[in-house]
Design a binder for this molecule. Structure first.
Ligand SMILES: Cc1cc2nc3c(=O)[nH]c(=O)nc-3n(C[C@H](O)[C@H](O)[C@H](O)COP(=O)(O)O)c2cc1C
Length: 303
């Protein structure tokens, strides 16, 4: 049975299950819960040029079938990723993709350039979709032109595979997808969180210190699935589906909508084994249904 998928010319994964950025740290603290080497890939926490403290507390809130977060790209900075994390990843079989963000096009390009050629780093995922920062993030991802500008600058700065992660908070996600494909993206991740908020009625104040945050979890799955379907019909490069995946059936829906691979995020907070449960469920489904190659299921619901 073949589970391997190609998500960029130079990035082949042993299977299509990836952990989503910001929900799995740097992959090095998870070894107690699950065998990270069995994953298709790991995407790191969002990485910026300088270390960041993130947004004021509280930064997490539960919602119906989901959660809100306003972490605001707290991270150790690109130099620490290169010095401390990459040497660990270089010993791993599982490829690690570094998620990057910045306040300006130049910052994205500098971070990408600093990761280029570093052993242990298999690719870059460009976050132009974070709803929790004042500058950069979703400001770049909500329109085709700035999205292409960031993508082109990152493409120029690195020979690593480049995935670009889109925001659902845009008028026309297919137009943004076509634009980043044209600017050199090897693959497109669909989607990041949706902007949301919650109010504590006794305190009469927003729950989150940042007022708004990003909504994730099962609540966003139908939205994410429709966007994956739409983007997969609009571009030729592989699409990586993300948003509300909890079990193997969710993952298969994204694959059948046209995703070559999937990212599992918030589900890991409730069940740290969620990514591997998803993978095992896909394998069992393929056995049951006599499917010998996962690639036969990619886009199956489109035909
Ligand atoms: C606590 C938290 C932190 C996140 N941090 C990042 C990040 O640094 N960069 C990024 O691109 N996405 C980040 N995300 C978004 C996830 O990678 C994912 O796109 C989103 O949560 C939807 O998937 P899910 O419903 O499976 O969680 C974060 C999500 C959560 C819940």
């Amino acid at each position: 049975m073949n589970l391997a998928v190609q998500i960029a010319p130079k990035l082949r994964l042993a299977n299509p299950v990836i952990t989503a950025s910001g929900t799995f740290g740097y992959g090095d603290e998870q070894a107690d819960f699950l065998d990270v080497q069995k994953l298709g890939a790991i995407v790191s926490k969002g990485t910026t040029l300088r270390p960041r403290e993130g947004n004021p507390q509280p930064r997490l809130a539960e919602t119906a079938s989901g959660m809100l977060n306003s972490i605001g790209l707290q991270n150790i900075g690109v130099e620490a990723v290169v010095k401390e994390k990459a040497p660990v990843w270089a010993k791993w079989r599982v490829p690690v993709i570094v998620n990057i963000a910045g306040d300006s096009v130049e910052e994205y390009a500098r971070v990408a350039g600093m990761l280029d050629g570093v052993p242990g780093i298999a690719g870059i995922e460009v976050n132009i979709s974070c709803p929790n920062v004042a500058a950069g993030g979703a400001a770049f991802g909500c329109r085709p032109e700035p999205a292409a500008e960031v993508t082109a600058a990152v493409r120029k700065a690195t020979s690593l595979p480049v995935l670009v992660k889109l925001t659902p908070d845009t008028a026309d996600i297919a137009a943004v997808a076509r634009s980043v494909e044209g600017a050199g993206a090897d693959a497109i991740t669909v989607i990041n969180t949706l902007r949301g908020m919650a109010i504590d009625v006794e305190r009469r104040r927003p729950v989150l210190g940042n007022v708004t945050g990003g909504l994730s979890g099962p609540a966003i799955k139908p939205v994410a699935l429709a966007m994956v379907y739409q983007v997969a019909g609009a571009v030729r490069v592989p699409v990586v589906g993300c948003g509300g995946i909890v079990d193997y059936r969710d993952a298969l829906e994204f694959i059948m909508a046209g995703a070559a691979a999937v990212e599992v995020g918030s589900a890991g907070f409730a069940n740290p084994r969620a990514p591997l449960d998803v993978l095992e469920g896909i394998e069992q489904f393929m056995q049951r249904e006599n499917v010998d190659d996962i690639n036969r299921l990619v886009g199956a619901a489109r035909r």
